[in-house]
Design a protein around this ligand. Structure first.
Ligand code: GLU
Length: 479
């Protein structure tokens, strides 16, 4: 039945905040499942809570998913044959269904006040029962309803839940789950006929959008029986559910709301590559067969299987993300790496592609994020001030330093860089290579002198060596 329908899945974010990691993982699993099964991936914006939803957040979510390459087949921006795809544009669809339920006696107006309900709840708890609505308004007559309305009493809509009924579903990840309707009670589905609550809107949307599989976070698992009850009341087809494990912090506590809600764009701005992020995120709850963990999106599609998603919480480990990112940075072609540096380095660096490319070849092994490069590589483009004393290897006299530098300078000028190493072996590696490296970088720590010369080229290298010699001659200030 359900499984014979065309495969259609959705990501249904609420635009009440920036895109975050949890939503990206849910989107990715849905996307992989859809691609693997040759189905459709739908984007729906759940903005029923108008007071907290902002267009700015919606835009951020769309852009973030796009930047990751998780493109959808139908959605609010591109339309599709089962829209509209924004809940705020679907009031007509909800109202029709709410009215149908009331007409059919499957939902009813409840006029109980907050005080009454609080009282009722306290009584149940005191009697050792799980609190639920007692059903006071379940069997009001039409006359009673009319009278209450005439009296101006406020109401909400509740669904009439069948009594003592087992709500069952078979979760693709968690297995069989069943709960008795009597523990749920008649719950609220709408404030009024034009204002559905979350559970009701989701069920209507999933049916209208012909969703076959609902793949979402475990935090929604308690909503599922309610959604099934609404589905059955409306006579909608069954949906297959798969609830993804929680994402935990490294000490296995629930990942703080803060880490979970870090705006996803921050990872991109920090210089994590989209492909590294996807690879890291796909492993938060799923693992391919075999040991290979580095996977392209295409490989993920080939290898993904919802059956291999784990039940246990998935640990979020920032060091692992850094490791993945470093791997991906190393695998980029030189050309591509240079392209990716846009936005991460000053314009002036981009204007010198030759130096930039060579600097990246040297530094790429040392960086974990694109943003690290800027911190490490400034000296290739412009040497900073340094103290003359830094040129000294241990307590070597500066005259001796100048002597070595002059010799090295001649070798470089004659294109005999290959003779520098034998010279250093003879005179002492530290004595020759330390001042050379400082002359080229102006830094206490940097890549080796030959690597730097490779990046700078002959002219700039000579310029810097000359400047170091001049510094010694001038007996320049020691500030
Ligand atoms: N709008 C819900 C959320 O942002 C998702 C609901 C669902 O997937 O059913 O978590």
């Amino acid at each position: 039945m359900a499984s014979e329908q065309p495969i259609r899945v959705r990501i249904a974010p609420s635009p009440t905040g920036y895109l975050h990691l949890g939503t990206v993982r849910t989107a990715l699993y849905n996307y992989l499942f859809a691609k693997k099964e040759k189905g459709a991936f739908v984007l729906r914006i759940e903005d029923t809570d108008q007071s907290r939803s902002l267009p700015l957040y919606e835009q951020d979510i769309l852009e973030g998913l796009q930047a990751l390459g998780l493109t959808w087949d139908e959605g609010p921006d591109i339309g599709g044959s089962h829209g509209p795809y924004r809940q705020s544009e679907r009031t007509k669809q909800y109202t029709e269904r709410l009215q149908a339920l009331v007409r059919g006696g499957k939902a009813y107006k409840c006029f109980c006040t907050k005080e009454q309900l609080d009282e009722e709840r306290k009584g149940m708890i005191a009697a050792g029962l799980a609190p639920k609505y007692s059903g006071t308004c379940r069997n009001l007559t039409a006359e009673q309803v009319a009278q209450y309305e005439k009296d101006g009493k406020e109401s909400v809509l509740r669904i009439k839940v069948p009594l003592d009924y087992e709500v069952e579903f078979s979760d693709l990840i968690r297995g069989k789950i069943s709960i008795n309707s009597s523990t749920i009670g008649d719950f609220i589905i709408a404030k009024d006929e034009t204002s559905p609550l979350y559970n009701f809107a989701v069920v209507v949307d999933d049916a209208d959008m012909r969703i076959s599989h609902v793949i979402r976070g475990e935090d929604h698992i308690s909503n599922t029986p309610k959604q099934i009850l609404i589905q059955q009341a409306l006579g909608f087809p069954e949906v297959v559910y798969a609830h993804l494990p929680l994402i935990l912090s490294p000490d296995r506590s629930k990942l703080s709301k803060r880490s979970l809600e870090t705006a996803f764009i921050e990872y991109l701005k920090d210089g994590y590559l989209p492909e590294a992020l996807l690879n890291f995120i796909v492993l938060l709850g799923w693992h391919p067969e075999g040991d290979e963990e580095l996977l392209t999106l295409e490989e993920m599609i080939q290898r993904f299987s919802i059956k291999r998603v784990q039940k246990a919480g998935a640990v979020f480990n920032m060091e692992k993300l850094d490791w993945f990112n470093a791997q991906y940075i190393r695998r980029l072609s030189e050309q591509e790496l240079v392209k990716r540096m846009e936005g991460f380095v000053p314009e002036a660096w981009l204007a010198r592609p030759e130096v930039l490319t060579k600097a990246l070849i040297i530094e790429r092994e040392r960086i974990q994020k694109l943003s690290d490069f800027r911190e490490n590589a400034g000296f290739f483009f412009e040497i900073g001030e340094y103290e003359t004393d830094l040129l000294r290897w241990q307590d070597m006299p500066l005259e001796k330093v100048a002597l070595h530098m002059r010799h090295v300078r001649e070798l470089v000028a004659a294109g005999k860089d290959g003779d520098i190493m034998p010279y250093a072996e003879q005179e002492g590696r530290g004595e020759v290579l330390w001042p050379l490296r400082v002359a080229l970088s102006g830094l206490r720590n940097s890549p080796g002198p030959f690597e730097i010369m490779y990046v700078l080229g002959k002219n700039e290298s000579l310029k810097r060596i000359d400047a170091a010699i001049q510094k010694i001659i001038d007996g320049q200030d020691h500030t």
